[in-house]
Design a protein around this ligand. Sequence first.
Ligand SMILES: O=P(O)(O)OC[C@H]1O[C@H](OP(=O)(O)OP(=O)(O)O)[C@H](O)[C@@H]1O
Ligand code: HPA
Ligand SMILES: [Mg+2]
Length: 180
Amino acid sequence: MENDIQNVLFTEDQIRHKVEELGETISRDFEGRNPLVICVLKGAFIFMADLVKRMTIPLDIDFMAVSSYGQATKSSGVVKIIKDLDVPVEGRNVLIVEDIIDSGLTLSYLIDVLERRNACSVSIVTLFDKPARRSVDLEPEYKGFTLPDEFIVGYGLDFAEKYRNLPYIGILKPEVYTRP
Ligand SMILES: O=P(O)(O)OC[C@H]1O[C@H](OP(=O)(O)OP(=O)(O)O)[C@H](O)[C@@H]1O
Ligand code: HPA
Ligand SMILES: [Mg+2]
């Protein structure tokens, strides 16, 4: 697995510090609002776990699974809900937890779904943002790192379902995704 990594972009320490900062800021902003914190599976599972441990206010959690990448490094543009929420969002202050915003298609679809279900407010926290690739107008309320236009893996993020368990963020060698 390590042999497929061209270089490490963010170390475990850098990620931990950023997640701590985000947890503190969000806790302050959501004080008294009992947010429903939604993890967008699968990519956000590690970030979600680390982030909620750094949040110091009462909150509820739920999970939603969507997918648009499949085996590719480009979004198919079609977002599929694979697992829906267990609880209603009506009247709730929702915080969507994403690992990465790339084209923005996944989140703009999700925001639309949650607003149509009458959430009281919908905010976004993403650990990584690749603004250069945006195909819809979307700006997260909270973000960790801004990225160059390169496909990253690790800390929950995959290529063809692999590498999610790397504890750091790496850039894949191009030959890995051009392999037959
Ligand atoms: O801004 P976008 O271009 O829509 O890309 C971002 C989304 O793509 C990835 O999910 P993916 O569809 O690969 O599913 P996964 O989380 O299960 O890997 C990632 O976790 C985000 O949810
Ligand atoms: O750079 C990325 N890596 C992994 N999954 C992704 N989904 C969108 N962009 C990425
Ligand atoms: Mg993926």
